[in-house]
Write a protein that binds this ligand. Structure first.
Ligand SMILES: Cc1cc2nc3c(=O)[nH]c(=O)nc-3n(C[C@H](O)[C@H](O)[C@H](O)COP(=O)(O)O)c2cc1C
Length: 223
């Protein structure tokens, strides 16, 4: 079983990478799991350019036609049984690099049939979307910003056989708040959240990885 982790954070070894590693470790608990982890930000690629090459009448393609360094990764993603995507929340949505990846992966899968919107996914696949964000659970809902997950989730529920979301709130921005102008955040509270809440979130991520891999495996097993 192929498990692919896509890291949509530009920062190494920080919140997103850590939580994604836990999800991957959870999936790796299945003996036949073959895991691969890829960081998006070192790659030089763009989002969808709207060329519609994937929508040519009579020969639509479930794989993006734009030949750039992302294309080989999209090909690998097409073959995955479990896709784990980790992203920081930037301005109430996924990071630009993550969104660009999602555009390139899912627009070719999107089938605009006369009867309605459907999927042209190449195979059944489970997916995990792991968000890390600085906001508290309360502030995010109070500001009405939960739409960022609702909109992405609509597409995920259509294109993946099963998907799970995990939001890790109150992330630590830095180890030295004294050097940065981030004064609306209480450094002590952040450190505490990192030591307690984030540790629990990592455990949840691990359980999520295992659950998604088990589902993918169950879908593969002959009845
Ligand atoms: C450009 C930028 C925009 C951000 N926007 C938000 C936001 O809208 N909501 C939020 O809760 N946190 C926001 N944050 C904080 C990050 O989402 C948070 O610190 C995240 O855990 C960073 O992930 P990383 O440690 O993997 O880089 C933003 C950070 C940056 C750099």
């Amino acid at each position: 079983m192929k498990v692919l982790a896509i890291n949509g954070s530009p920062r190494r070894h920080w919140n997103t990478e850590t939580i994604l590693e836990h999800a991957l470790a959870g999936a790796a608990q299945l003996p036949d799991a073959r895991t691969q982890s890829v960081r998006l930000y070192p790659m030089n690629y763009s989002g969808c350019i709207g060329c519609y090459a994937c929508k040519q009448r009579g020969k639509p393609s479930a794989l993006c036609r734009l030949e750039d360094p992302l294309l080989p990764l999209l090909e690998i993603a097409q073959e995955a049984d479990v896709l784990l995507i980790g992203t920081p929340v930037y301005f109430f949505t996924e990071s630009a690099g993550t969104r660009a990846f999602i555009e390139r992966l899912l627009y070719p899968w999107s089938a605009f049939r006369a009867g309605g919107y459907g999927t042209r996914r190449p195979k059944a696949m489970t997916a995990g979307l792991l968000y890390t964000l600085a906001g508290t659970e309360e502030s995010v809902s109070a500001h009405g910003h939960k739409h960022f997950k609702d909109s992405t989730e609509q597409f995920f529920s259509l294109h993946f056989s099963h998907h799970e979301l995990l939001l890790a709130y109150e992330s630590l921005h830095t180890t030295s708040y004294d050097k940065l102008e981030l004064d609306s955040f209480d450094p002590e509270a952040r450190q505490k959240a990192r030591a307690e809440r984030f540790v629990k979130d990592c455990k949840r991520a691990e359980a999520l990885g295992t659950a998604l891999a088990l589902r993918a495996k169950a879908a593969q097993s002959p009845m």
